[in-house]
Design a binder for this molecule. Structure first.
Ligand SMILES: Nc1ncnc2c1ncn2[C@@H]1O[C@H](COP(=O)(O)OP(=O)(O)OP(=O)(O)O)[C@@H](O)[C@H]1O
Ligand SMILES: [Mg+2]
Length: 226
């Protein structure tokens, strides 16, 4: 289990994530809903150690609150960013091989196929020569190849053409079926339906938790700021 306890994140001198208590389980997709600006990405970046935080992050019984990003990744916690980074001079092939737990080119090629990208992309660089949607897919393939215990996916479907929804959904389900706990931040109604459980964030706090269909209705029918 991955647990947040009284988890807070400050940005620009302001408390953005205001004390979250939440458990995420392996083998489950936990959907996080919330309006723009409610603090979802800030929470995600705090969880993996990119932003400093207060409170605790406990991964399978180990307090990783003071761990570096690298050591959190070694413990099995990873993220696919809402805005994937660009790495000039690094090919997609090398990026995926570095990410891959087993360092197998065969696995890299099959992950690329799972996210619906052609093989020639392997020889492109991880810079602006890739489209936004292509970068999102490469990032998702990288997360899959890491074989994480817990994977945070920050809007994995944003910028992905609607015909490819099924492919993205299938790799998320494959991650879950491999035993990973998937924390799925999304605005998409179809993505919500993949969830085993869902949580609503509003103004840096959790304001609802339960069955994804019911939580989606609660979110859709709630007045702002929820
Ligand atoms: N460095 C910063 N200084 C001040 N405010 C910040 C800073 N970083 C983020 N914020 C604010 O924190 C709030 C939460 O931002 P965050 O990116 O976490 O939202 P989100 O829930 O992921 O939204 P979206 O659905 O649009 O991706 C926003 O109001 C944002 O302006
Ligand atoms: Mg966000």
């Amino acid at each position: 289990m991955l647990s947040l306890k009284k988890f807070k994140v400050m940005r620009g001198g302001k408390e953005i994530v205001k004390g979250i208590d939440c458990d995420f389980h392996r083998g489950q997709i936990h959907v996080i809903l919330g309006a723009n600006g409610s603090g979802k990405t800030t929470m995600a970046n705090g969880m993996i150690g990119i932003y400093p935080s207060q409170g605790k992050v406990i991964l399978d019984g180990v307090d990783i609150s003071d761990f570096t990003i690298y050591n959190r990744a070694k413990m099995g916690l990873t993220i696919a960013f809402q805005e994937p980074a660009r790495f000039e001079g690094l090919t997609v092939k090398d990026y995926l091989l570095i990410s891959s737990k087993d360092k197998s080119i065969h696995d890299v090629e099959s992950a690329l196929k799972m996210v619906g990208l052609p093989k020639h992309i392997l020889y492109q660089e991880m810079d602006e020569s890739l489209s936004g949607g292509e970068r999102k897919r490469v990032e998702l393939a990288a997360v899959y190849l890491m074989k994480p215990k817990y994977a945070i996916l920050d809007e994995p479907d944003s910028g992905i053409d609607v015909r490819s929804f099924r492919k993205i959904a299938d790799i998320i389900l494959a991650l879950r079926d491999s035993g990973a706990g998937v924390i799925l931040i999304t605005h998409s109604q179809e993505m919500i339906s993949l969830g085993d459980v869902a949580t609503i964030m509003a103004d840096g706090r959790i304001v609802g938790r339960g069955d994804p269909t019911e939580i989606r209705e609660l979110f859709l029918n709630s007045p702002c700021p929820i």
